[in-house]
Design a protein around this ligand. Structure first.
Ligand SMILES: CC(C)(COP(=O)(O)OP(=O)(O)OC[C@H]1O[C@@H](n2cnc3c(N)ncnc32)[C@H](O)[C@@H]1OP(=O)(O)O)[C@@H](O)C(=O)NCCC(=O)NCCS
Length: 179
């Protein structure tokens, strides 16, 4: 017999709120300490909280987060995507990515990119690896200020929304996942 998931374990994707910032900070800092992600100061997260989606349960706990940073009328970046280490590989990262892509599409954007240490995950979400030089504004804005600039091991990946719009709409439908 299939067991129904407990209601408190249901994880739904929603816009981040100010009260989520400490948990977002703590999750990003965890991966930054392992050099999997870049650290982000708490003040930076408060300033950009409106860019974030979170996967949260009914107890108010955060299972994961991700942000969509707009660059211009055509281009955005998925940033700070991460899932609580205890509940990885249950589809939460994919669900967050699909929701961020659906948001990008609703803005009429053409391309979404990411710099990541896990290009394999993004490949599963339809992204392809590209040269980082395609996104000079990212390099100017963030990379040149980063202390890992000369030994960066992140890969650039991107997804052309115009060629996948139907895919994004279909995949973005489920809003909840059992975690
Ligand atoms: C990468 C991350 C966001 C993925 O989230 P997740 O909820 O664990 O992943 P999902 O369950 O949604 O996985 C979706 C697919 O990607 C694959 N995948 C997930 N993480 C992967 C990894 N590190 N390497 C290779 N494939 C991976 C899964 O196997 C799954 O493939 P399938 O569809 O064939 O089953 C999460 O593991 C994480 O927080 N990692 C640390 C931070 C990080 O690397 N962030 C990336 C942006 S910098």
């Amino acid at each position: 017999m299939t067991r129904e998931p407990q209601s408190e374990t249901l994880t739904a994707i929603r816009k981040a709120e100010l009260r989520d910032v400490p948990a977002i900070f703590s999750m990003i800092s965890h991966y930054a300490a392992e050099r999997i992600m870049l650290p982000r100061p708490l003040t930076d997260l408060y300033e950009s909280v409106r860019e974030f989606l979170v996967a949260g349960n009914q107890k108010g706990e955060i299972a994961g987060c991700g942000a969509l940073k707009l660059y211009n009328a055509e281009l955005a970046e998925i940033r700070s995507l991460c899932v609580n280490p205890k509940i990885q590989h249950r589809g939460i990262g994919r669900l967050l990515t699909e929701k961020l892509l659906a948001e990008a599409e609703s803005f009429g954007l053409k391309t979404v990119f990411a710099l990541t240490t896990t290009p394999e995950f993004f490949a599963k979400c339809g992204f392809r690896e590209v040269a980082r030089e395609r996104f000079p504004m990212k390099v100017w804005r963030d990379c040149l200020r980063c202390d890992r600039y000369f030994h960066c091991h992140e890969k650039a990946v991107c997804l052309d929304l115009s060629s996948t719009s139907e895919l994004v709409k279909t995949q973005a439908e489920p809003a909840e996942i059992s975690a």
